[in-house]
Design a protein around this ligand. Structure first.
Ligand SMILES: NC(=O)c1ccc[n+]([C@@H]2O[C@H](COP(=O)([O-])OP(=O)(O)OC[C@H]3O[C@@H](n4cnc5c(N)ncnc54)[C@H](OP(=O)(O)O)[C@@H]3O)[C@@H](O)[C@H]2O)c1
Length: 342
C-alpha cells in the first residue's frame, strides 16, 4: 500500500539526502517535502512552518502517514499534532534537554501511532551498535562514544547553530548512575581511533545518547567525547572554554565560529563498551560524511517505522533487533565497520 511521507525541513542538507535515498529504495512511498518557503513549481513541495499551527491543515489534506522532522521544533507543535491525529512521527532533531522534554510530553499522552525519537548520534546508531556488540545489556557498565569530526565535512546551518547555542551550557554525563555536570571541550582524554587517525585529544561533547543510554537503557556510566580533524582547532576550542570566552561571545559570533564548512569528508566514531571483565570497541566510518550517514540511518528508521505493527513510544534503536540494524547499516558500500572483538 502507498504511504505518504512528509519530510519537514526536507529542503535542507540532511532532509534532502533523506528524500533522495528514500525515493531510490522505495517505489511505494509518496514523498512530500515541507519547508517555510515551499514551492509552487516543484511537485510535492509544500509550505509548512512548524511554528505556525495554521499551516498544518495541509497535513490532513495530503493524508500523511508519517512525518519526519528535520528542522528544530522546540515547542513540539509537530509532535503534539502527530499524537492528536494518530500520525506516525520520526524526529531526528532534538538536543538532549529538548529530547527529555519531548519524551515527558509524549509519555503523558495516549499514543495511537508510532512516535519515534531518533535524536541519538546519527539516529540511534550508538545504542544499536553497542547492544549488537554486547547483547546482554544488563552486563554493560560503561559505554563511551568518541567522535571524530572533520572540519572539511558538510554541515547544514541547523547543525552548526546547535553547537553555537549549546557550547557554553553545562550538560549531564553519567558516572555510576550519578549525573555530573560538565562542559563541552573540557576533560581531555587521549584516544587512538581504530580507523587510522592516530592518537587524538578528545573532549566532552553532548549528544542525546547520554540521556538515552543512562535514563532509558540504565547503563550506569555513559560519556561522549569529540575531537576535530584539526588538532589546533580542537585545542583552541578547549582554551576558549577554559577562559570562558564562549560565555561572552554573542550568539551571532558563535554561529560564525561553528559554521566553517567544507565540501565533504569522512566521519568516524568509536564506541567503547565495558563490562566488569571485558572491553570491546566497535568503530564506524562513513566515507561520505555525517550528513549521508544521518540520512541513510534515518531512511532505515523510516522503513522500519512503517513496517512496525505496534503503536507506541520508541527510541530509534528500540525499533530494531541490534543484529538486524547492524546488517542494514553495514549494507551501505560507503559505510565501513571495524569490530575489535570476534
Ligand atoms: N540525529 C542526528 O544524528 C543528526 C545529525 C545531523 C543533523 N541532525 C539534525 O537534522 C536537522 C536538519 O539539519 P540540516 O543540517 O539538514 O539543516 P539545514 O540544512 O539548515 O535545513 C533545515 C531545513 O528546515 C527548514 N526549516 C527551517 N525552519 C523551518 C520551520 N520553522 N518550519 C519548517 N521548515 C523549516 C529549512 O527550509 P526553509 O528555510 O525553506 O524553511 C531547511 O530546509 C537539524 O535539526 C540537525 O540538528 C541530526
Amino acid at each position: 500500500m502507498k504511504k505518504n511521507i512528509l519530510i519537514i525541513g526536507g529542503s535542507g542538507l540532511v532532509g534532502n539526502k533523506i528524500a533522495q535515498i528514500l525515493a531510490k529504495r522505495n517505489n511505494d512511498y509518496i514523498i512530500l517535502i515541507g519547508s517555510r518557503k515551499g514551492s509552487s513549481e516543484i511537485a510535492r513541495q509544500i509550505q509548512i512552518d512548524v511554528n505556525d499551527t495554521k499551516s498544518f491543515d495541509i497535513i490532513k489534506k495530503q493524508r500523511i502517514d508519517l512525518i519526519v522532522l528535520c528542522t528544530s521544533d522546540k515547542i513540539n507543535n509537530i509532535l503534539s499534532y502527530c499524537i492528536e491525529n494518530n500520525i506516525d512521527y520520526l524526529d531526528i532533531t532534538k538536543p538532549t534537554p529538548d529530547l527529555e522534554n519531548s519524551y515527558q510530553l509524549a509519555k503523558s499522552k495516549f499514543i495511537n501511532s508510532k512516535i519515534v525519537f531518533g535524536s541519538g548520534w546519527m539516529v540511534g546508531l550508538v545504542s544499536s551498535l553497542a547492544f549488537f556488540t554486547i547483547p546482554k545489556t544488563e552486563n554493560i557498565e560503561t559505554i563511551k562514544l568518541l567522535v571524530y569530526y572533520s572540519i572539511n565535512d558538510l554541515a547544514g546551518k541547523s547543525s552548526a547553530y546547535f553547537m553555537a547555542e549549546n557550547v557554553a551550557k553545562p550538560f549531564k554525563v553519567y558516572k555510576q548512575n550519578k549525573a555530573i555536570l560538565v562542559k563541552h571541550f573540557m576533560n581531555i582524554e587521549k584516544h587512538n581511533f581504530k580507523f587510522d587517525l592516530g592518537k587524538r585529544k578528545c573532549y566532552n561533547f553532548d549528544t542525546p545518547d547520554l540521556f538515552i543510554l543512562n535514563q532509558i537503557e540504565k547503563i550506569p556510566t555513559v560519556e561522549v567525547k569529540t575531537t576535530y580533524s584539526s588538532k589546533a582547532i580542537t585545542l583552541l576550542l578547549h582554551y576558549f572554554q577554559v577562559i570562558k570566552l564562549f560565555q561572552i561571545l554573542p550568539l551571532s559570533v558563535r554561529k560564525l565560529l561553528f559554521s566553517a564548512n567544507g565540501n565533504g569528508d569522512q566521519t568516524v566514531f568509536d564506541i567503547v563498551i565495558k563490562t566488569s571483565n571485558i572491553t570491546k570497541t566497535i568503530s564506524l566510518q562513513s566515507v561520505l560524511g555525517q550528513a549521508y550517514l544521518t540520512a541513510f540511518s534515518t531512511v532505515l528508521n523510516i522503513e522500519k517505522t512503517i513496517q512496525t505493527q505496534n503503536n507506541g513510544l520508541y527510541f530509534s534503536h528500540q525499533l530494531f533487533e541490534p543484529n538486524e540494524f547492524y546488517n542494514l547499516i553495514n549494507s551501505s558500500e560507503t559505510i565501513n565497520i571495524k569490530k575489535d572483538f570476534q
